[in-house]
Design a protein around this ligand. Structure first.
Ligand SMILES: [Ca+2]
Ligand SMILES: [Ca+2]
Length: 205
């Protein structure tokens, strides 16, 4: 059934991103990680802790809040477990995603309360979290509130006090750096675990 799953994955989605050998590599990696994680899910997938450990060790992510959010975005069927299909699909955005896919991914990581907007409180929490990771000094809340106002001024084009996907897209198209404005969630290019022999020649990002 592993073979069947694998074939389905190839057929359905990922031929446009990965060579067959690369998907095989990702699927093998998945199964070895699942085994190593020794999770209580009958080896069907990775739970939040196991996935977080992988984001940390393979992708160098250190921010727990963001790693949790990335987990929820990977977990498309919301069963609190990353299966092999979710794994390959999620990694395809990390490793080979188009600009539009990365845009969508980051927005999903950042909003996540389900209403489709990044609201003022979420901006505050994420900026506070991400500034706290970057400096040893404790930012005070007043300073962060000021940053929230500046962010909204720059990104909230329709002035409704929250950032919609349309706001986000417009802002990022004007300034690429805003893609990860609320914290790094796209490890992309730092990752070299795909086999060297199958070096892609169409690596655009
Ligand atoms: Ca799942
Ligand atoms: Ca808005």
């Amino acid at each position: 059934s592993k073979l069947k799953t694998f074939k389905k994955i190839i057929r359905k989605i990922h031929l446009q991103y990965f060579k067959k050998s690369e998907v095989e590599c990702l699927v093998r990696l998945f199964h070895s990680l699942v085994e190593r994680a020794n999770v209580r899910l009958n080896n069907l997938g990775l739970d939040r802790n196991a996935f977080g450990a992988i984001l940390h060790s393979i992708f160098g992510m250190t921010d727990d809040m963001l790693m949790n959010r990335v987990f929820f975005v990977f977990d498309k069927d919301h069963d609190n477990c990353i299966n092999v299909k979710e794994w390959v699909k999620g990694l395809s955005v990390f490793l080979r995603g188009t600009f539009e896919e990365k845009l969508k991914f980051c927005f999903e990581v950042y909003y996540l309360n389900g209403d489709g907007y990044i609201c003022r409180e979420e901006i505050f929490d994420m900026l506070k979290n991400s500034l706290h990771q970057q400096s040893s000094e404790e930012e005070n809340d007043e300073g962060i509130k000021e940053l929230v106002d500046i962010t909204l001024k720059k990104m909230d084009y329709d002035n409704d006090g929250k950032i919609s996907f349309a706001d986000f897209e417009k802002a990022v198209r004007e300034e690429r750096l805003l893609l990860e404005v609320f914290g790094p969630c796209l490890p992309e290019a730092k990752v070299h675990f795909l086999s060297q022999k199958s070096q892609p020649n169409n690596l655009t990002h």
